[in-house]
Every structure is written in structure tokens, then in C-alpha cells.
Design a protein around this ligand. Structure first.
Ligand code: GCU
Length: 679
């Protein structure tokens, strides 16, 4: 049965027989040069893949000869490979880039390191999996970002904060002695899309992970991941010197505290010589941090960075901060805290910024910190797990959301200063750069809960490698590898994927509405909640519906959050008459009768969009039903059932939001729309 466990590495037999014949010729005699744990992995992957794709056993040649048709290895393994490119071209590949070149009768895959070769092999296999021509290949691929990362929000008791796919895959109890096959398959999947770093633990950190007993377990994971090119990071609880070291303080300017971190870091490197560093959430949502001692985020980050520097480790310091005692629009707080610190961070510090200023909403404008801290390398944090985007029941492909943010223009230098160019360091000349996704991975058989959610893990990796890839290309690749190369299947299912994010916005948070979900669990609608003791957690704080209208005025007559953006970036939102309506209620409090571009009143437009969202889920169902004969029964049924749930949830969002907002608008829901069931 198709359980989804194989992810996009299913390697089912190629059904196009003439293509199969062609491939067989070119793959007649492959050889993998070199001997290292990574080259063994390459051999094993190639054998498994070719056996599956070609439907016959493949014997790899054990040494190079004139009969080889596919030659794979590091550039310095043999002259044939090193002569494929000039010294300069090879240098430009860096550690991870690869070359795939096809000449008559022979194909070559090479790079400067074994891991680069592994990436090249996965790329080549993807071409076969997606039935691409392989006769005239001339590919040079270098990742746009150096750190391509997953952040697991996994706790030591195996619960996963915001996880919807079972418990944590890290089986701390049986580590270090027992290396679950899952770890290997996880590493393979990551390597296949270029992911090269993982933070194992929750940002709401438990200091216990830094004790020797746990470090031994972390070492076992790091050892398993290393041949796949994956580095391990941990989250560090700022107060660990108190909790573990029995110090009286965690003040970053206290010598004993610095000393404690120096020693701790030394200990970590004695277990894991290539340890990546720490991800730190400090002074955010109740976590300890430097501000507890009246120090700044830079003081805190730099103290830890100093401990890591001689080991080549880095600090990834999160900018997701807002304080209960701060009455300022939450949208503004990270910028207010961090912009004054620009230029004050040690060279081995990156500041990790969520894609938007509130919190992984279905749609947010890009975070105003992008482009506002030119002296600091900023790392992108996306959420792959669907905390606010339908959890494990909604089919939502997130690549369009990621792309929307990456392509946004910050105007920080001039036109075309996109968020992507901020994070790749090209705009401000930073050599540290990266992107992370909060993982959606758990111990469910299919890893990600919803069978279609695997595509979001895939998209994160592919975009971290090359943010210029289109959502269309990513969906296309993923569908072909994960399901089928059948043209009509790919065509229709891809349309569902590409539209799914906008559809979700329509039935959850249209027109710039945000943060109106259920308290705590964040599942389903609850725009009416107003009684939480932290005002910025109440949905009413964000939609501000009243008898006049709805929306959060963040312009110069309101919270002024818009002023954190460059004047040219503001233009798309600032003037209500010309504002992009996708963000209308994010930046404006508009009256219920405000006339929209469609000609409808704002109230009627809200009714329209919520209903369009529900109708579009019905469209998703119809399109999916057409695929019954194209997909295995198990996954077909799973997705069908989940679409039924998604439809119920879309109606739930629509009914709850419209009936609640109607108590302010005091207008009827136009009769051409389904009338919400008030129960
Ligand atoms: C969100 C999420 C929390 C998480 C936090 C963070 O608020 O709901 O569970 O801890 O983001 O990113 O730190």
C-alpha cells in the first residue's frame, strides 16, 4: 500500500517505455568514485533508485573504465572530472554546488565535495523521476543560500509544539544506542532537496538538552546526519547557567556567565566537532533573556557568539519579540527593539526574522526588519508546519506564500531590493546567509500528517536552494515524484495546489484580516475573543470591528507601523483609495460601506470572499474526484476524506466570521450567498 512514507523518493518504475529504453542506454554502466561514508550513500541511493525506476537490478561498476556511461565523483577524483570545468568555475561551485554534464555516450556528475556530488546525484535522479530528457545536460547549480535549515519545535518528552503529524521523530529514550531508520530516511529526504542544517529542539527551550546525557544522544544524531551533509544545531535556554550551572545569574555581561557558556560550548564540541551553533528565543513570550538584566539582545547574542566563535559555530538569534507590558502595536515591536542594534552584533551572529511582523498568518506583508538592518545578516524564518494555515486537515501548498514574501520589494537600497536579496546577503555584502522552516515532520507514517503537506517541506528546501524557482515548477516536480507523471493528473492537481493558499486566505482571513483564530490552539475561528489578560493576544485587538467598520489602522493616523517600511514600499498600502485590497484591513480601518474595486461595499465583499473560499474548496473536491483512477486508492481516499473536513472547516470559518462581524455591520448577507447556519 502507498503510505506516503517514501515521500518524493518513491522511485516507481518509469511507465513510458521508449523513455525507459533511452534512459537504460545512458545508464548502462554507472560508476561512483571515491570512498567515504557519503560515497557509500551515493552508491546505495543510486542502486535503489535505478532498480526502482528501471525495474531491473543495477550493478555499479567498481572502478572506472572506458565503458562507463555515467561517471560520478569529486572533481579531484580523476582528470576526466576535473577537466569538465576551469579552476575558476570549480571554485565558484563552493562546497555545495555541482555540475552535471552530458557528452555523447557519457554523463558526468561532479562537485568539490562528496556532499556536493550527493546533491548532484539527487538532482539527476529527479530528472529521471520527472521523466526529463537527459541527453544534452549542461547544469551548473550553486545554492543561493548557505544555511538551508529546518527548525524542529520538538520537546524532550516527544510532544511537538505546533506539530500536527504525531509525536517527535527524536526518540530520546532509545538514543544514543538505537538509531531509528527514520533518522536515515529523514536525512536522505533532506539531502535530496539540499537541506543542510537542523535545529533539533523547541525554541521554547529546555536546558536539559545541554546536559552531558543528552549531548551524547545529540552526538548520535549528528553522526547519523553528517554523511548527508547535515549539521546539528540546538536551542539554548538563556537561563541555562542558573538551571544547570547553579549560578545566581544569567547576566550576559557577568564573567562567570560567559565562562559557563565557554565551558559548555567546549563540552558540546567535544561530542560534536562540527556542531552548528545555537538558535535562541529570548525575551519573547515569557522566555528568559538579556533584558531580564537590563541588557540588550546584542549583549545576549554576542556573549554566546563569543563562546562559539573559536569553534566556528554561530548564533541564530530570533527577532520574534513582543512584550506584554508594551502598549505599542505588536507589529512594531521587533523593529523597535532590533533596528537600534544594527551593527552591534558579533560577526558570527545571524538575526532570524519571521516572514511577517505578527506571526505566520495566512497572509502578511513582509516583515519591516527586512531591509532595515543592513549591517546584520538576517535569516528568513518560514513556518512549514501549518499552525495558522489549516493544521493537518487543510490542503494548502505554501510555496506561493513563501514566494510572495521573497519577491517583495523592500526598496531598502533602490527598486528591486527584494527580501530574497536581503537574506542572500547580496544587497549588503554578508557572507552568512540562510533560510529556515519550522518543520511539519512527526512520527506519522507519512511524516507530515496531511499527505499533501509533504509538498511544503519539499518547497522549503527547494526555495532555500534557489528562491527563483517558481511555485509551479516546485509543485510539478513534487507531484510527479510523489504521485505520478500522468500529464492530466499533474495538470489538474497542480492547479489545486497553486490555488490552495489563496483559497485558504479567502475562507479564513480575507482582505488583510489576521489573528482572528481560536485562542491557544489556533484552530478554527474565534474573532470574538476579547477577555485574555494580554491584550495583544485578543483577536479583537487585530480586527477592531465596530459600528463604523473593520480593520487595523496602521497608517500615520493610526499605529504608524507602516512608517517602518521604506516610502516606496508603503505606496502599495498607504492610501486607502489605491491600496492593494489583499492588505486593506491590515493597514486600514475601513467603513462597512467602503466601496471596493469590485463595486461591492466592504461588507458585501467580505461576504463574497468568504463564500468564494467555501465554493473553491468544493472546486478542489471536484477536481480531486476526477483523479480517482490516477492515484493509488489509499492516498486518494485519504485526501478525499480530508477535503470533506476542509469543506466543513471552511464553512465554519465563513459562518463564524460573517455572523460575528454582522453584529457590527448590521447588514444582511446578500441573498445570492448561502445563508450561514447559526448553530
Ligand atoms: C507562535 C507559536 C508559538 C511559538 C512562537 C515562536 O506564537 O504559537 O507556539 O513558540 O510562535 O515562534 O516563538
Amino acid at each position: 500500500a502507498e503510505t506516503g512514507y517514501e515521500l518524493w523518493l518513491r522511485y516507481t518504475k518509469i511507465s513510458n517505455t521508449s523513455l525507459l529504453q533511452q534512459y537504460k542506454q545512458q545508464l548502462a554502466s554507472p560508476v561512483v568514485l571515491g570512498s567515504s561514508p557519503t560515497t557509500s550513500i551515493i552508491r546505495a541511493e543510486l542502486s535503489t533508485a535505478l532498480k526502482g525506476l528501471m525495474g531491473t537490478n543495477y550493478r555499479l561498476a567498481s572502478s572506472i573504465s572506458s565503458s562507463n556511461t555515467l561517471i560520478i565523483g569529486k572533481a579531484d577524483a580523476t582528470n576526466i572530472l576535473s577537466s569538465l570545468a576551469t579552476k575558476d568555475e570549480l571554485k565558484k561551485l563552493g562546497e555545495d554546488g555541482f555540475i552535471i554534464k552530458a557528452k555523447p555516450g557519457k554523463t558526468f556528475i561532479t562537485g568539490n565535495t562528496d556532499v556536493a556530488v550527493l546533491y548532484g546525484v539527487f538532482h539527476y535522479l529527479r530528472l529521471l523521476q520527472t521523466n526529463q530528457p537527459i541527453t544534452n545536460l549542461n547544469i551548473v547549480s550553486v545554492p543561493k543560500l548557505k544555511l538551508r535549515m529546518l527548525n524542529h519545535w520538538d520537546n524532550l518528552d516527544r510532544s511537538v509544539e505546533r506539530g500536527y503529524a504525531g509525536e517527535s521523530i527524536w526518540d530520546w529514550h532509545r538514543l544514543p544506542g538505537y538509531i531509528d531508520q527514520r533518522y536515515i530516511d529523514y536525512a536522505r529526504a533532506n539531502a535530496s532537496i539540499g537541506i543542510n542544517a537542523v535545529a533539533l529542539t523547541n525554541v521554547n527551550a529546555n536546558a536539559t538538552i545541554l546536559t552531558a546525557n543528552y549531548l551524547e544522544k545529540v552526538k548520535a544524531l549528528a553522526d547519523a546526519f553528517r554523511p548527508y551533509g547535515i549539521k546539528v544545531f540546538l536551542t539554548a535556554r538563556f537561563s541555562a547557567p542558573i538551571e544547570l550551572g547553579k549560578l545566581k545569574t544569567a547576566d550576559p555581561l557577568d564573567n562567570a556567565v560567559q565562562q559557563w557558556w565557554n565551558e559548555k560550548v567546549k563540552e558540546i564540541y567535544s561530542f560534536i566537532p562540527d556542531f552548528g551553533g545555537f538558535v535562541v528565543k529570548a525575551n519573547s513570550e515569557g522566555q528568559p533573556g538579556p533584558q531580564d538584566y537590563k541588557r540588550t539582545h546584542a549583549d545576549g547574542a554576542n556573549m554566546m557568539a563569543k563562546a562559539l566563535a573559536s569553534h566556528k559555530g554561530i548564533i541564530i538569534w530570533r527577532a520574534f519579540v513582543y512584550a506584554a507590558e508594551n502598549p505599542v502595536d505588536r507589529h512594531k515591536q521587533a523593529y523597535d527593539d532590533f533596528v537600534p542594534l544594527d551593527g552591534k552584533f558579533e560577526p558570527n551572529v545571524m538575526v532570524q526574522v519571521k516572514n511577517g511582523a505578527i506571526d505566520f498568518m495566512p497572509r502578511e506583508p513582509f516583515h519591516p526588519l527586512f531591509g532595515a538592518m543592513p549591517k546584520t545578516p538576517l535569516m528568513m524564518e518560514f513556518q512549514v508546519t501549518q499552525e495558522y494555515t489549516g493544521q493537518a486537515t487543510n490542503w494548502v501548498f505554501l510555496a506561493p506564500l513563501f514566494k510572495e514574501v521573497l519577491d517583495s520589494d523592500t526598496y531598502s537600497k533602490s527598486k528591486n531590493s527584494t527580501v530574497a536579496k536581503v537574506i542572500d546577503g547580496s544587497l549588503d555584502n554578508h557572507s552568512l546567509n540562510g533560510m529556515t522552516g519550522v518543520a511539519n515532520i512527526g512520527s506519522d507514517i507519512n511524516w507530515c500528517g496531511h499527505p499533501m503537506a509533504q509538498a511544503n517541506w519539499y518547497a522549503l528546501g527547494r526555495l532555500a536552494w534557489d528562491y527563483n524557482l517558481s511555485s509551479d515548477t516546485i509543485a510539478d516536480e513534487w507531484l510527479r515524484m510523489t504521485f505520478s507523471n500522468d500529464a492530466s493528473f499533474v495538470q489538474s492537481t497542480k492547479q489545486i495546489m497553486l490555488n490552495s493558499r489563496e483559497i485558504m486566505v479567502d475562507y479564513m482571513n480575507p482582505l488583510g484580516l489576521h489573528h482572528i483564530m481560536g485562542t491557544g490552539h489556533h484552530y478554527g475561528p474565534a474573532p470574538w475573543v476579547s477577555n485574555l489578560n494580554r491584550p495583544e493576544w485578543n483577536p479583537v485587538y487585530y480586527h477592531k470591528a465596530d459600528s463604523v467598520g473593520i480593520g487595523f489602522n496602521r497608517t500615520s493616523t493610526g499605529s504608524k507601523a507602516i512608517e517602518q517600511y521604506q516610502p516606496d514600499a508603503r505606496k502599495q498600502w498607504e492610501n486607502i483609495a489605491t491600496a492593494d485590497e489583499k492588505y486593506l484591513l491590515w493597514f486600514h480601518h475601513a467603513s462597512w460601506n467602503y466601496k471596493m474595486k469590485s463595486g461591492r461595499s466592504l461588507w458585501n465583499e467580505l461576504c463574497h470572499q468568504y463564500n468564494a473560499g467555501v465554493d473553491s474548496v468544493k472546486w478542489m473536491q471536484r477536481e480531486w474526484q476526477k483523479q480517482a483512477t490516477k492515484v493509488d486508492a489509499e492516498r486518494f481516499k485519504a485526501v478525499s476524506m480530508l477535503l470533506n473536513v476542509q469543506l466543513e472547516e471552511a464553512k465554519w470559518w465563513r459562518n463564524a466570521c460573517l455572523l460575528y462581524f454582522q453584529t457590527f455591520s448590521k447588514q444582511p448577507i446578500p441573498s445570492n450567498y448561502e445563508q450561514p447556519d447559526k448553530t
